[in-house]
Design a protein around this ligand. Structure first.
Ligand SMILES: Nc1ncnc2c1ncn2[C@@H]1O[C@H](COP(=O)(O)OP(=O)(O)OP(=O)(O)O)[C@@H](O)[C@H]1O
Length: 619
């Protein structure tokens, strides 16, 4: 099976010892691992039940679900998981699984009391099975957001209008901006709602808008407003902080933290802020919400006071959390079904006309979700391709690429690497020249000029292969010593003492007569450190698409893996393409591109619709 990339290799010996029955076939196929099987058996033992095969399979699949990023298993579509549909596994029917689960002590509790590690739930997508912990987290999110949506904050509308007019100057007739100002509408929504979900692609002005929303809320809520800013990673928090610092319309400058730091989550898992010790803020902003797991989101919501304005910001089309859940995507999908009316006063404050939002967007607005659509940063062809990727329109993606003739975007065969080589070597030469001259400013500017992005870490289409290939290309650029001058570096662990975060990139430069240092651009300020001050760093000429989230480069080479790769998804292609400010080259075949556009990250969850937990009849 050349070139095929599997999630699990059945030949790897990862088979549960002594498993002879029904689960063995699923384990052998690679769909579930021995660990999944063992957790299922353990749950069965703890529940004092010799569980039916259907129950064990459901439990193992629920464990697998969380391991692969889902919150639950949708029983009606489990056969879609079959790694080899030509030779299908012995799947039990949905009815048989539901019937077995309904009488299982894993679902309804046994004689040892209330331990019920699985939840069986009815939903619009049919029956779902959860590990109970994740069902409870999902229910926490649902309950709190529904509770917050059930009322609207009292607002002095005259004061809110004055604040919005003050912060959002009316657009000049010829400023080249959008016809209708959605950023202003976002401020109107935040002024009139307890929760605002502000979404949009890269460069649509999400953080620019958040700073101004805070300016409006300061004016509406009066002096001494306490603002909590947070993001899932230290690097994203630092970027949020820098954007807020750029805005001079705030009376007090709030400090951005990681979500973990804001909540006071300790290494041992204890959490300082929760339902019994809420966060002390009047406004809480969460940036890069797409990276938040269901666990982190439930902890955060439980810690936010009911009378706190909550603003969730992010891009729901980007790659999702590495842990379980795709909460932001679920919330934006869920809002599409909203029948709630718009907050009183919103239409007036937002100067809303009939055609400013589509009917789907109006439903989302009722559900407190507003999408920014005007791109302030990059070329229209890249934005159009990204939009077609999101719509799942592969024909249009290929048509746009062909029409553009390589001006802004092109697709090149995996073997046709001459141009990639030229671009990469030219970029590394420029880095080396700036680095050798000790010119930190030019070197860090060059760092943002180009990048090779891969889906995989390993294998022919991964960062490892590409890093080695790039090394072989640049003998002309002369690479020497452990810290070659001009080497772009990716930091892989955070060190707050020196202000460097996991995911930051720097470049090695000559440091007078003293050897070398690594230069970083910290929001316009140059910071240089000796390489020994970096706990962990790796070459960054090629990096994973996951790692590139939150960064943009002028020119990007995106290396697609073949269609068989489980990582090849619409979200991956969207995230990679939108890293480019000016030009993007996709290395791969048209079929691979189509496969990416056609495949969405499949993360089962019940959050998109309504759910009811199945409860046993009491006679
Ligand atoms: N209304 C506006 N008028 C002028 N410039 C704007 C406006 N909105 C955003 N910008 C500019 O556009 C650029 C992108 O904005 P911003 O960083 O807020 O976007 P974003 O959606 O947060 O992007 P990303 O998701 O990539 O962080 C910034 O330079 C910002 O100053």
């Amino acid at each position: 099976m050349s070139g095929a990339i599997r999630e699990f290799d059945p030949a790897s010996g990862d088979l549960a010892v002594g498993e002879v029955g029904f689960l063995r076939a699923f384990n052998e196929s690679g769909l579930i691992t021995s660990a999944d099987v063992q957790v299922a058996r353990r749950l069965s033992k703890l529940s004092d039940e010799t569980a039916a095969d259907e129950v064990l399979l459901a439990a193992a699949l629920a464990v697998r679900a969380v391991r692969t990023g889902s919150i639950c298993v949708a029983l009606e579509t489990i056969a879609d998981l079959d790694p080899d549909p030509e030779n299908p596994l012995p799947w039990p029917s949905t009815d048989a699984m539901v019937a077995a689960l309904r009488v299982s002590s894993l679902v309804i509790g046994g004689r040892f009391g209330p331990l019920k590690p699985l939840a069986l739930v009815d939903s619009d997508d049919g029956p779902l099975v959860y590990l109970r912990k994740y069902f409870e987290q999902e229910q926490t999110i649902r309950r709190i957001l529904d509770g917050r949506a059930a009322s609207r904050p009292p607002v002095d509308l005259a004061r809110a209008r004055a604040a919005i007019d003050d912060v959002f100057a009316p657009a000049a007739a010829d400023d080249g901006g959008p016809d209708y100002d959605r950023q202003r509408a976002a401020a109107a929504l935040a002024a009139t709602s307890w929760t605002t979900v502000l979404v949009g692609g890269p460069g649509t002005g999400k953080t620019h808008t958040v700073a101004r929303i805070l300016g409006v809320l300061e004016r509406v809520l009066g002096g001494g407003v306490r603002i909590g800013l947070c993001a899932p990673t230290g690097r994203a928090a630092a970027q949020l902080q820098a954007s807020i610092n750029d805005y001079d319309g705030l009376a007090a400058m709030p400090v951005a933290h990681t979500v973990h730091a804001l909540l006071g989550i300790w290494r041992d898992g204890t959490v300082r802020h929760g339902p019994n010790n809420r966060l002390p803020y009047d406004v809480v902003v969460v940036d890069e919400t797409s990276m938040l797991s269901v666990t982190a989101m439930s902890l955060l919501l439980a810690a936010v006071r009911d009378d706190t304005r909550l603003i969730l910001v992010g891009d729901p089309h980007q790659l999702v959390s590495v842990e379980a859940g795709a909460v932001l995507t679920d919330l934006t999908d869920r809002a599409l079904r909203s029948t709630a009316t718009l907050p009183p006063g919103f239409a007036d404050l937002a100067d809303l006309g009939d055609s400013d939002f589509s009917s789907a967007e109006k439903a989302q607005l009722g559900g407190s979700v507003l999408t920014l659509t005007w791109g302030y940063r990059f070329g229209t062809v890249i934005a159009s391709v990204a939009a077609a990727v999101n719509r799942g329109d592969a024909d249009e993606v290929l048509r746009l690429i062909e029409q553009d003739c390589g001006d802004r975007i092109e697709l090149v065969e995996p073997e046709a690497l001459d141009d990639v080589r030229n671009d990469t070597v030219t970029w590394l030469s420029a880095l080396r020249t700036a680095g050798a001259a000790g010119d930190a400013r030019t070197a860090v500017t060059e760092l943002g000029a180009y990048r090779v992005l891969c889906a995989h870490r390993d294998g022919r289409y991964g960062v490892g292969w590409w890093s080695r290939t790039i090394d072989s290309w640049r003998h002309a650029v002369r690479r020497s010593g452990p810290w070659p001058i001009g080497e772009p570096l990716l930091v892989t662990s955070t060190d707050k003492r020196v202000g460097i975060y996991n995911g930051d990139t720097g470049v090695v430069i000559a440091d007078g007569g003293r050897g070398v240092s690594v230069a970083f651009d910290k929001h316009g300020e140059i910071v240089t450190l000796h390489p020994s001050q970096l706990a962990d760093a790796m070459p960054a000429a090629a990096m994973t698409i996951h790692r590139s989230q939150g960064s943009q480069f002028d020119v990007v080479t995106v290396v697609l893996p073949p269609s068989e790769s489980a990582l090849l998804t619409r979200e991956l292609l969207y995230t990679a393409t939108t890293r480019a400010r000016k030009r993007v080259r996709i290395v791969g075949k048209a079929d691979w591109l189509r496969a990416a556009v056609d495949r969405r990250v499949a993360r089962a969850s019940g959050l998109r619709g309504e759910v009811t937990e199945w409860s046993p009849q009491v006679d």
